[in-house]
Design a protein around this ligand. Structure first.
Ligand code: GLC
Ligand code: MG
Length: 579
């Protein structure tokens, strides 16, 4: 047997090394998403800020993170907490000054942490100079936005141009008396959509990218990209047509899901715009050699998502966000459904592109709340060890839970627009935006203020970074750090991938490279199982525990029989084949 193994070695050796190449900075790193308002408040006003972030960059370094993407910190009246931008070239006062941002960049550079910003191209704020000028009848800026005449109903009352609804519920049209027309806002009233059929808008927004690249940012996360274009109304007799009814939310015609968004989402022109932006990104790479990375945010089908990568002719985003860990399964899903969801992106993605894994962000309920606290480490194992780039939302490394925010305290427009003091929490995004939990001081060490912009989640006295970093035993954050380190092993950088649902509860995958073989196993249920890992080719004998979840009774270095491995309730483990 052994002899045979040796005989095969040269062939395997050659095969494996053919796939190895030097990875670019973004391909092997972890991107850590910071929601600036909730990360760290440096001046005691109850609102996170840039100086706060700068003071915590060392924390990111310690985690093993090499890049951070920041939700918007630009000037904004905060109707959508920064996603309504009044000045794309300036910093919001509450968050600091341009000098503070430059300091943040400098400190990040010192620590070799890349800074990625949020590019919000779909809309501005209704308090932007551009929109204000538009209302004054300044033609150049009027043409920056999407306008339409209202229609009179049978009583002669003016109504919106058509049935389009905003993502946050209610009509997507708002009337402005100054110009006697309605403007389109796919999000809140304070977010008028920009008109991408106007070349001036296209150029203006490219300049926004250039401005921040010149300052030294390493890329952009591109917001709400699927909404960029509306159908060309000239093809419909000069009027935007109604969208068809989807069959969902039939009791609420004002809900976004009530309609099928064939005229306002995923329009073909969107992809070309992404390719054009990529050219701007590459202009900067040509100058200094640093790859500028683009991540696109679209909750679309895999077929549509892949188009953001580009094609043979043109390059697009390096990272069209892969949201399957958010959208395609939950705590009730079977291991088979989980495998199916994970395979989806891997199956559709072009062979020469990288996958990426995102389990949480500022728009979705936290991992610990969706899957239960016992699965926090298992989900971090998926994000950090599946093949591709890892993206972590701040707080997921310690297993933060959704905070409780009362109807009275709710500020997210998505919650407020429900007009429903009972069920608002299902739509509100405040729970996943509560302040970061640093320690068990006042306001979890986030701020010294009397009142923070959102209440701190209950239980922070036991759930915070300080306790977890200093704990004698295991903790989520220590496990996370272990995984971040493991991720730098060749098997996880270059290794191949194979996955299996062993039964309805247990999902596992193998990564292997150059003789190293790892198995990552996650039991999604509170039921114990005995697993035969010799199912995986080349796996037999013994496996050694490398990392295990918080409540696992195993220890690092424990040895498991490959053909008879007991996996306890909700246990997640990384195993390595003993050679
Ligand atoms: C994106 C953001 C979300 C924001 C919306 C409008 O989905 O992630 O927070 O509300 O775009 O800009
Ligand atoms: Mg502050």
């Amino acid at each position: 047997m052994r002899l045979l193994g040796l005989w095969c070695l040269p062939a395997v050796f050659l095969l494996v090394h053919a796939s190895e190449r030097e990875l670019d900075w973004w391909e092997s790193t972890i991107f850590y998403q910071i929601y600036p308002r909730s990360f760290k408040d440096s001046d005691g006003d109850g609102i996170g800020d840039l100086k706060g972030i700068t003071s915590k960059l060392e924390y990111l370094k310690e985690l093993g993170v090499g890049a951070t993407w920041l939700s918007p910190m630009f000037k904004s009246p905060m109707y959508d907490f920064g996603y309504d931008i009044a000045d794309f070239y300036d910093v919001q006062e509450e968050y600091g000054t341009m000098a503070d941002f430059e300091e943040l960049l400098a400190k990040a550079k010192e620590l070799d942490i890349k800074i990625v910003l949020d590019f919000v191209p779909n809309h501005t704020s209704n308090e932007s100079m551009w929109f204000e000028e538009a209302l004054k009848g300044h033609q150049k800026y009027f043409d920056y936005f999407v306008w339409e005449d209202g229609v009179e109903d049978e009583n002669g009352v003016l109504q919106p141009p058509n049935n389009w609804n905003s993502v946050f519920r209610k009509s997507a049209w708002e009337y402005r008396e100054e110009v006697g027309k309605y403007y389109l806002h796919q999000f809140v009233i304070g977010q008028p959509d920009l008109n991408y059929r106007n070349p001036d808008v296209v150029e203006e927004m490219k300049n926004v990218l250039r401005f921040w690249f010149d300052k030294g940012v390493a890329g952009f996360r591109v917001d709400a990209i699927a909404h960029l274009f509306e159908v060309d109304k000239e093809k419909y007799g000069g009027k935007y047509p109604d969208e068809p009814i989807s069959g969902q939310d039939l009791d609420d015609p004002l809900s976004y899901n009530y309609l099928n968004h064939i005229y306002t989402k995923d329009q073909e022109e969107t992809f070309d715009m992404v390719y054009q932006w990529r050219e701007v990104f590459d202009e900067f790479k040509e100058k200094d050699g640093l790859t500028r990375v683009m991540m696109t945010e679209a909750y679309s089908s895999p077929q549509v998502t892949m188009k953001y990568f580009g094609d043979e002719q043109q390059n697009g985003a390096q990272m069209p966000f892969n949201f399957v860990l958010i959208s395609d399964f939950n705590g009730q899903s079977s291991a088979g459904e989980i495998k199916y969801a994970i395979d989806k992106f891997l199956t559709f993605k072009p062979i020469d592109k990288l996958a990426n894994w995102v389990a949480g962000n500022h728009d979705n309920s936290r991992v610990a709340s969706r899957f239960g606290p016992k699965l926090v480490d298992g989900m971090n194992m998926l994000v950090l060890l599946l093949p591709g780039v890892a993206v972590t939302y701040m707080g997921e490394e310690i297993g933060m839970v959704d905070g409780y925010v009362s109807w009275e305290d709710t500020v997210d427009p998505s919650g407020c627009n429900t007009d429903d003091p009972i069920n608002y929490w299902k739509s509100s995004r405040d729970p996943e935006r509560t302040p970061f939990q640093w320690n068990n001081d006042k306001n979890a060490g986030f701020s010294t203020a009397e009142k923070t912009w959102l209440p701190v989640a209950e239980g922070y006295e036991q759930l915070n970074t300080e306790i977890q970093l200093n704990s004698e035993g295991r903790s989520h954050i220590k496990i996370y750090k272990g995984l971040a380190k493991l991720r730098t092993e060749p098997a996880f950088r270059y290794g191949r991938y194979e996955s299996v649902a062993f039964n309805t509860d247990v999902f596992a995958f193998r990564r292997w490279y150059d003789g190293d073989v790892y198995i990552v196993v996650v039991n999604f249920r509170d039921e114990p199982h005995t697993i035969d890992f010799t199912y995986f080719e080349g796996v037999n004998g013994h496996l050694e525990v490398v990392v295990c979840s918080l409540e696992s009774s195993r220890r690092r270095g424990d040895v498991v029989e490959a053909n008879n491995a007991k996996i306890s309730e909700s246990e997640s483990i990384v195993l390595k084949l003993v050679q």
